[in-house]
Structure formats: structure tokens, C-alpha cells
Design a protein around this ligand. Structure first.
Ligand code: SF4
Length: 712
């Protein structure tokens, strides 16, 4: 009887439980991964349900879809050629050393990914800071969650995507989903919202498009892109005007209300109606539904977050929760639906430009001393904060002349992507570790093929802050190596003599010590505890923070902390802080030359830059390429019919794709999914204007014009 290995999906932040069962004997060369996915009804988050991406994930294990040996470019402009691991690692070590010797440690950059396991994120941050000695490290999660993280950290003193399990959603009274489309991004999560409605609760969706999620809502508000900050302020105005403020909660558990109240009162509902384009009666109705329920939640995703005012926008939605007493109480609160598979854990363990493991701040002397102690280096040897992701990419070929990149494909996924591609091409040296030959890997001097989810053990942290064990279920092909082994091999070649563990559990044990006492404290979590904790209960897994209990202490350490802030917020005085947010226009507003808004997003059958999912037949058949969604009135003005090629043009470039004519989008807005390279690369057009706090680029709104196109 073939055994089934319980594990988790490699893709999004829901981290659905799945089983992998071998379907035959190992293939002689180790490739081809004869496994099938089986349901795991014991895992409470998805109860066996998987979307097409998760169900077909084993296809990327197969030889035809992935890299199976190192590739090197032996001369500038020459082809990528096969090489031994020794040659490949020697070349990377030499390439990085040469640049470091000529231009200093900060001339070497490191770019990570939100799909890397906790162990890899931790090891990559440590590698950058102690082996390379560079401050220039950041990762693609900056493009995903940084605004929600900044706003939550300010308001609550701690950023955990959801401060409560998803299981609380159906039990609350009203949920406002802002710029989130789980029907396409994480379909198994949709049941939480349908159960909410089945239980008599209400669902409000805020999105410029009538998405599949919006179709399920009791109320859909479709603001102009970039105006959801004004919408939140207008709703707070109505809360105050209607006497719906929970003054006792505000007085007892918050700070900064006077300024937040004043900002909201300056946003008259009629003004908000004009700015957002949302009819005032619908805004009033949303306030009634939110306040009439005994408990309510606001959940955001990339819509409000990927803006040049993303931190303030999220802050304004948090203000709405705080003013109405909908935070720090059972079944109420604010949360972010994180996107990438380890979007939560990836931001906690040190691959962010300004952070150390345990979600510690890099400029905090006590944090530096603690982590430096674990790493066996003097605190003063640790570099300071570096550049954020887009700023780092923008500096490539300038003062950053070499780059080590793991698990990211910025040539497709970064804003102003043609410029980023040009910067990547201008590097003196590029090494990419990836599973597949992505568009960015194609430009590398050395490509290091690495193992993937089913072939290795490691931990991830889901959008609920639930730490999970991904288990090795199949053997990797002989020509690939784990990211941890890559870092181990490079550290040795670069003269690091203290040892750089390549075993995931050994890395996790070090991560536990490094995170101890920090905001994201994993010190009480172990692989053994994680394995035991996936026992079919609602609290399966372990929720951080989970501090190590002192020797001899009694009481259940068990599952960590599924629900945060019920007694106090994590700020120094225990009070949540209102943001003093004011509406302001997007960095680029429509004008005569570029009269429309562009907004971007995902489709059901593809994931992020598509590097993996574009290699899966079933997914490609379902979503074979990009498209431009436009309203029938706009299509009629252009003379474009469904399927006609149209060009979306911004100040940064143009992207061409077939028109998809639909009444489900505002007439002043067009939409493109961002999963594809080439002519239809949506990010050629997007705007890298950055949020001043989170450094999040403004993916979600820029000014464009749309033209009929001669291109096919
Ligand atoms: Fe995987 Fe996310 Fe789909 Fe679940 S919803 S199967 S985690 S991609």
C-alpha cells in the first residue's frame, strides 16, 4: 500500500493541506516524480479542498518543466551551458567576490522571495549580512504585504496578517473585504465567506471590478482605483455623525482618536461620493451593516495595499475598526489576506531590508546584539538597513553591480518591468537560484537549480500566523540541490569558517534562538511539535508568538497564540494607535493624454509571475495568456470587439493583449492580469511610485490610454 505524506501546497498563503502519494517506483534518474495529490480532510483550513493550482502542483516536479542541472554562461553574451555544481558554485563565489573586492560589500545585492520557507528566508538574510557583509537585501514580499505590515505594526504594535484564525470569519456578523478576490486567488477560502452569509452575516466587497467574489456579496462598492482611502474616511465620518463610535473602547484601549476623528470629519460624505464615485446611499448602507452587527471585521488584500498611499489606506480601514470597537475583541478585527505561500513567515526572519529574525528591527541595538550573539559575530559588524525591493532593483548596474537572487522573477513581477529588465541586464554578475528557468534566470551568468516543496522539508507560516511543516515526499532529481545547500556551499567558498547549516531542521533550531524574545517569537516551536500539532483539530499547527516556556514551567504551551490582542495590543502602552490618514490622489491621475485608470491583479489558474503555473498544461489551457478587461462603453468608443488586440499605454511603456469586454468593470478603468512576460507584460506599464513608509510600489493604479493595436 503506497504511503501518503501529509504536506502543504507550494503556492499561496492559505497553505492548503494536501497529501502526496507515490504512484509507482522511483523513476531511475530521479526525475518525473511519480506522485499524485490526495485530499487531506484532516487539515482544518481547506478540509481537503484544493484549487487547480494546488491539485496540479506535482507537474512542476517533472523533468520537462524544471531545471535539472546548473547552467553557466562561460562568456559574456554567450549561451547558458550545463556545468557541474562545483563549477557553478565556484563561479558564483568568484563573481560576488570580484564585485565586492572592487566596489565594496554594498555593491553586492541579494533578492529573496515570499515563497521561500522560513528556514531559507532566515538563512538568506544571515548569508547577506554575515557572509557577504552587505546591507543590500530585500525580497519580492515588499511588493505584496508591506503596506498592511506597516499599518498593522503602527496600529497594533505587531503585524500578523490575520490576528485570528479564518474559522472566526463565519462566526462574525459583517465582513468588509477590501481589494480582495479570494474566489480567484484562494478559492478554498471562499467557504468562510459563504458560511458567514449562511449564518446570517453580511459580506461587503470593495473593488473597482465586479469580481467573482463581489458577485457573492450583499453589497458591492466599486470605487475609482486609488480612492478607497477616501471611502474609509467617509465611512468613519458617517460613524461619527451617526453616533456609532464606541467611546468606551476608544477611551480604554486606543490612542490618537482626536486627530483621526478630525481627519475623518474633514471628509464630507458628499465629497467622498464625488471622489470615489460610489453612491452615497451605498456608503451609508455599508456603515449600517458594519455597525449593526455585534462583531465585524475588515480584511484587506493587495487592492488598498499596493498604492503609493497604501499604509495610510490600510490605516484608515483600521481606524474604522478601532472607532467602532471592532478590534481586540472576539470575532472582530482587522486582518490582511497575505498572498504568497510564505508571505507571512518570509517577512519575519530577516530577508527584509530593515529587519532581523523574529521580526526584529535592524536598527534596534538590543535586537542587533541578540541576533549577532546567535550568529557569533560582533553586533557592530552587522550592516544597517538597506534599500527596499524596487529601489534595489533600480540600483542594479549602478552602485549595486552583482546580485544573488532566490525564488523571485522580477523581470515579470516588478513594476516598470522593462526598466527593471534593463537594470538586470546591466549587472556585472547575476546568479539565480530557482526551480525553473524563469525570465530572470534566463539573464543570469549562473543558474542554480534547486529543490522544491515536495522534495524537501521546511516550515511556512500561513496568512493566519499558523506555522506548518512541509514534508519531503519524493526524492529530488540528482542534479538539483536545496537552497540551503547552495548557501552552505557559497559560504564555505567565501571564507565563512563558522559553518552554515544546510539541514532545514538545524536551521530552524537556530531560527528559534534568533527569534526568541522578538515580536515573532518561534522559540517554543519545534519540528516535533509541528508534526504532532497537525492532528485534525481546528488549531492544527502552531500560531506564533510561541515563546519557549522556562524550565519547570507548567501550563500548555501547545498551539501558541491563535488570537491576538484580546487583552492588550502589542504597543508599549498596550493601546492601539489611530492613524492620522488623509486622502490624497494617486501618484498618477488620469489626464488628457492618459485618461483611464489601469489596475492589475491575478486570475484563478495562474500564480504570481507564472514561472511555475505557466508550465502546467491544465492551467495554461484555462488561462493561456493576458487580456485587457474593458467596459462595453469604452470598447465601443475604441471600436474594439471582444478578442481584438488592444494596447495599454502608460508613460513607461505599452502592453498588448486581447480585449475582454465586460460590464463588470468601471468605464473609467481597465484591468490586466500580470502573470505573463513579453508583449502582454502588464508590469511594463505599472508605476513604481513608492509608499513613503512601506516602500510599496503603486501596482494597483496608474494612468493609461488604450488603443487598437496592429500587433497580434
Ligand atoms: Fe494552493 Fe492556495 Fe490553491 Fe490552496 S488556494 S490549493 S494553497 S494555491
Amino acid at each position: 500500500m503506497p504511503t501518503t505524506t501529509p504536506t502543504h501546497c507550494p503556492y499561496c498563503a492559505l497553505q492548503c493541506g494536501m497529501g502526496l502519494r507515490r504512484t509507482g517506483p522511483p523513476v531511475p534518474d530521479g526525475a518525473g516524480a511519480p506522485v499524485e495529490v490526495v485530499e487531506r480532510p484532516d487539515f482544518p483550513v481547506n478540509r481537503g479542498a484544493l484549487c487547480g493550482k494546488g491539485r496540479t502542483a506535482p507537474e512542476v516536479l517533472a523533468r520537462g518543466a524544471r531545471l535539472t542541472g546548473p547552467l553557466v554562461r562561460r562568456r559574456r553574451g554567450g549561451p547558458l551551458e550545463t556545468a557541474s555544481w562545483n563549477e557553478a558554485l565556484d563561479r558564483v563565489a568568484r563573481g560576488l567576490s570580484r564585485v565586492r573586492a572592487a566596489h565594496g560589500p554594498d555593491a553586492v545585492g541579494v533578492f529573496g522571495g515570499g515563497g521561500l520557507t522560513n528556514e531559507k528566508a532566515y538563512a538568506l538574510g544571515k548569508f547577506a549580512r554575515v557572509v557577504l557583509g552587505t546591507s543590500q537585501i530585500d525580497y519580492n514580499g515588499r511588493f505584496c504585504m508591506s503596506s498592511a505590515a506597516a499599518a498593522s505594526s503602527y496600529a497594533f504594535g505587531l503585524d500578523r496578517g490575520l490576528p485570528f484564525p479564518l474559522a472566526d470569519v463565519p462566526r462574525t456578523g459583517c465582513v468588509i473585504l477590501v481589494g480582495a478576490n479570494p474566489a480567484e486567488t484562494m478559492p478554498p477560502a471562499l467557504r468562510y465567506f459563504t458560511e458567514l452569509r449562511d449564518n446570517g452575516g453580511t459580506l461587503i466587497v470593495v473593488d473597482p471590478r465586479r469580481t467573482r467574489t463581489a458577485e457573492l456579496a450583499d453589497l458591492h462598492l466599486a470605487p475609482r482605483p486609488g480612492t478607497d482611502l477616501a471611502l474609509a474616511l467617509g465611512m468613519l465620518h458617517l460613524v461619527v455623525a451617526g453616533g456609532r463610535v464606541d467611546q468606551a473602547f476608544v477611551d480604554a484601549r486606543t490612542a490618537g482618536w482626536a486627530e483621526a476623528r478630525a481627519a475623518a470629519m474633514a471628509h464630507w460624505p458628499e465629497l467622498v461620493e464625488r471622489v470615489t464615485g460610489v453612491p452615497l446611499p451605498r456608503i451609508r448602507r455599508a456603515v449600517e451593516l458594519f455597525c449593526d452587527a455585534e462583531a465585524s471585521m475588515v480584511l484587506t488584500a493587495r487592492g488598498p495595499e499596493q498604492q503609493s498611499k497604501g499604509t495610510d489606506t490600510v490605516g484608515a480601514w483600521i481606524n474604522l475598526c478601532l472607532a467602532t470597537g471592532r478590534a481586540g475583541r472576539p470575532l472582530s478585527g482587522y486582518g490582511a489576506l497575505t498572498g504568497q505561500g510564505n508571505g507571512q513567515g518570509g517577512r519575519e526572519h530577516g530577508q527584509k531590508a530593515d529587519q532581523l529574525p523574529g521580526y526584529r528591527k535592524l536598527d534596534d541595538p538590543s535586537a542587533r546584539a541578540h541576533v549577532a550573539g546567535v550568529w557569533g559575530v560582533p553586533p557592530e559588524s552587522l550592516p544597517g538597513p538597506g534599500r527596499s525591493a524596487y529601489e534595489l532593483l533600480d540600483a542594479l548596474g549602478g552602485d549595486v553591480r552583482a546580485l544573488l537572487l532566490m525564488g523571485s522573477n522580477p523581470v515579470v513581477s516588478a513594476p516598470r518591468a522593462a526598466h527593471v529588465e534593463e537594470r538586470v541586464r546591466s549587472l556585472d554578475f547575476l546568479a539565480v537560484a530557482d526551480v525553473v528557468l524563469s525570465e530572470t534566470a534566463r539573464l543570469a551568468d549562473v543558474v542554480l537549480p534547486v529543490t522544491q516543496w515536495a522534495e524537501e522539508t521546511g516550515t511556512t507560516t500561513s496568512l493566519e500566523g499558523r506555522v506548518l511543516l512541509r514534508r519531503r515526499a519524493v526524492d529530488p532529481p540528482p542534479g538539483v540541490c536545496s537552497d540551503l545547500a547552495v548557501l552552505n556551499g557559497l559560504a564555505a567558498r567565501l571564507g565563512w569558517e563558522k559553518g552554515f547549516p544546510a539541514d532545514a531542521e538545524e536551521v530552524f533550531e537556530e531560527l528559534r534562538r534568533a527569534s526568541a524574545g522578538g515580536p515573532a517569537d518561534y522559540s517554543g516551536i519545534s519540528y516535533r511539535r509541528l508534526a504532532e500539532a497537525e492532528d485534525g483539530s481546528e488549531d492544527a499547527g502552531v500560531f506564533w508568538p510561541c515563546p519557549q516556556q522556562p524550565e519547570g514551567a507548567s501550563g500548555p504551551q501547545g498551539r501558541g497564540t491563535p488570537r491576538l490582542f484580546l487583552d492588550r495590543f502589542a504597543t508599549p502602552d498596550g493601546r492601539a494607535r489611530f492613524a492620522a490618514a488623509e486622502h490624497r490622489p494617486s501618484a498618477e491621475e488620469p489626464d488628457a493624454a492618459y485618461p483611464l485608470h489601469l489596475t492589475t491583479g491575478r486570475v484563478l489558474a495562474q500564480y504570481q509571475s507564472g514561472a511555475q503555473t505557466r508550465r502546467v498544461g491544465e492551467l495554461n489551457a484555462a488561462a493561456p495568456g493576458p487580456f485587457v478587461e474593458l467596459h462595453p462603453r469604452l470598447a465601443a468608443r475604441l471600436g474594439a470587439a471582444d478578442g481584438d488586440p488592444v494596447a495599454v499605454v502608460s508613460r513607461r511603456g505599452r502592453a498588448v493583449a486581447p480585449a475582454r469586454v465586460t460590464p463588470d468593470i468601471r468605464p473609467d478603468t481597465v484591468f490586466m492580469p500580470f502573470h505573463w512576460p513579453g508583449l502582454g507584460r502588464a508590469n511594463t506599464v505599472t508605476n513604481p511610485a513608492l509608499d513613503p513608509v512601506s516602500r510599496m510600489p503603486e501596482f494597483k493604479v496608474c494612468a493609461v490610454r488604450v488603443e487598437r493595436s496592429g500587433e497580434p
